[in-house]
Ligand binder design. Sequence first.
Ligand SMILES: [Fe+2]
Ligand SMILES: [Fe+2]
Length: 263
Amino acid sequence: MTRILHISDLHFGRSVAVVVHALLRKISTLQPDIVVISGDLTQRAKTSEFKQAAEFLNNLTTPYILVPGNHDLAAFRLVERLLYPWAKWRKYLSNDLEPTIRHTNYQIIGINTARRGGLYLDWSRGRINQQQIERIQQFFSHSPQTLNLLVAHHPFWLPTNQQHRGLIVGSNTAFQPLKACGLDMILSGHVHLDYCRVVEGMIISHAGTTTSDRLVTGYTNSFNLIEGDHLTLTISRYHWKETDFIYFTKQGFVKQDARWHEQ
Ligand SMILES: [Fe+2]
Ligand SMILES: [Fe+2]
């Protein structure tokens, strides 16, 4: 059985120390095979925030994989944003913006959906392009017997009352080729809400902001624990309550006829 801990939107610069320490303890206790971090590791892409994020990664006792989010780009320092947008990410966190991991039981590909800008108004919105879709297809092209995961910061699905947050641009054209290449699950963040459901035969796992005080009203810090294999798995959601992360609820999923179904 594979055990994957999905955390997101750590937002160092707005992180809560007691929550960060509790998370590190929880990771030590749960001992996942890998920790997946779906972007927004910083709040304003400052050097001090990247250093805090690097220290957090250094303290992890397990392997991890991470992708950037829109907050990992400088929002106000336009020269930095436009000319060398990922220099700090590369210096402090990882030289690879779109990492991959191949394991006997699972395979993970990360894509960078944050953009430095363009001829549109909302530069915080995520995008997936044809080149990225083809790279994902290529990555999973010969791996039907593994749990196949995509990590991307921005949402491919939103609850009805959250549609104003904006789906990742390109999601409509991405779903069919992603499903066809054997993708099982998409792990995302950005909206600071935790939820899991099946969309187009694939499982969507969203972690809320795991460690920051940038909470949506009515929600708390959270992470998801994914356990299982390429045919059956569960996702347990943990919520912060007073002094620690506490098990909140669990959803089960099975794969039949190349589609996932919630039990
Ligand atoms: Fe965020
Ligand atoms: Fe974000």
